[in-house]
Design a protein around this ligand. Structure first.
Ligand code: PLP
Length: 370
């Protein structure tokens, strides 16, 4: 090769990444769009968060507080935590990437379960590490399979609890069993993006486990229950030594001033959060039952979305259902990228959207794609 044909080459792993494909946001022309493809809340953010965001517009020339103190303190107060153990990020994706960057390099392994959130794989490959996948049982992470996949090269185990796109979760007893079986040198990352929605007695987001162990962190997001996905706000709670490592590799101003202001107001608005949970859990139950009654299998979910399974039959498949729904303005999420070509993920929407999906699926099941 002459110097003319040489060009910069990304480091190993980068070109193996399949770029993350966000949920579609376009429907057929001329029909009302219901975007149910990205687990966004139908209620929007708290009015207090919108007001705080607006109030910031007079100060756009100023850099944000690089340590997001106000936001960390509001999160700490809401959850009874020490603000010094919290790091905020540009979305929780930012924190997942920073943790990976800090703990995984070439030759190291990052472990997650079969249908686990795809950002883990992208972060591991981008860091030059090797993704390792443990099989699931009934679309649910399997602790024994995860432990069996641990090697002396494993640096991080990622567990989305509840998981996206399946909506399933592990009870805290299982999370503790996973932790107990891991070498102390392995970091367990509990991604609790949907924790606020879960109201089953055997679930915990992992706060206590973080407090009592040296190798567990929990990540959370303002993109789902708080309705601030556009602003990109996430946070992690972890032991001081992990917080220290992440603070060294993060961008000095990785959380914008708008994110700090709106996030602070959002987490203080408990009543608004409760409303969002009530709406979600009311419709989650109805959507699961009514779609199930149509003869489609729906994986039981504790999040703000459900995974709907379709037969692998021409005219009745998930791809056919997707096209049919899009023609009615209903945009769900294809999950082939997760190894689930026969399923669609539906975000719980407004009453109007939920009813429209149930009605459209009833027509689809009756007639197929005609
Ligand atoms: C939506 C989601 C996140 C949140 O991502 P942000 O970067 O905070 O918007 C994290 N983990 C899982 C499993 C998710 O589904």
């Amino acid at each position: 090769m002459t110097s003319d044909t040489l060009r910069p080459t990304p480091r190993p792993g980068v070109m193996e990444i399949d770029a993350y494909v966000p949920g579609r946001s376009k429907a057929a022309p001329g029909v009302k769009l219901h975007k149910l493809s990205s687990n966004e809340t139908p209620l929007g953010p708290s009015p207090a968060a919108i007001e705080a965001y607006r109030a910031l517009s007079g100060r756009l020339e100023l850099y944000p507080d690089g340590s997001a103190t106000e936001l960390r303190e509001a999160i700490a107060a809401a959850h009874g935590l020490n603000a010094a153990n919290i790091v905020c990020g540009n979305g929780s994706d930012d924190l997942l990437e920073l943790l990976t960057k800090a703990y995984i390099g070439p030759g190291d392994e990052g472990l997650y379960s079969e249908f686990g959130f795809l950002v883990y794989k992208i972060a591991i490959l981008a860091a030059g590490g090797t993704p390792v996948i443990a099989p699931e049982t009934d679309f649910t992470a399997n602790v024994d399979a995860l432990l069996a996949a641990v090697t002396d090269r494993t640096k991080i185990v990622f567990l989305a609890n509840p998981n996206n796109p399946t909506g399933t979760y592990l009870p805290i007893t299982e999370v503790k069993r996973l932790h107990a079986g891991l070498p102390k040198s392995v970091l367990l990352v509990l991604d609790a993006a949907y924790a606020e929605y879960v109201r089953t007695n055997d679930y915990e987001s992992g706060i206590e486990l973080v407090s009592s162990a040296d190798n567990v962190v929990m990540t959370r997001t303002f993109s789902k229950i708080h309705g601030l996905a556009a602003l990109r706000i996430g946070w992690m709670y972890g032991p001081a030594h992990v917080v220290d490592a992440v603070n060294r590799v993060r961008g000095p101003f990785n959380v914008s001033a708008a994110a700090i202001a709106a996030g602070t107001a959002a987490i203080r608005d408990r009543a608004f959060m409760e409303e969002a949970v009530t709406h979600n859990n009311h419709w989650l139950e109805i959507v699961t039952r009514e779609i199930g009654d149509l003869g489609l299998e729906v994986t039981p979910s504790v999040g703000n979305f459900v995974l709907i399974h379709f037969p692998d039959v021409p005219g009745r498949s998930a791809a056919d259902a997707d096209e049919f729904l899009v023609s009615r303005g209903l945009v769900l999420r294809r999950v082939s990228g997760y190894g689930l070509p026969n399923a669609l993920r539906l975000t719980i929407g407004s009453e109007e959207a939920n009813r429209a999906v149930i009605a459209a699926l009833a027509d689809f099941v009756k007639d197929g794609a005609r």
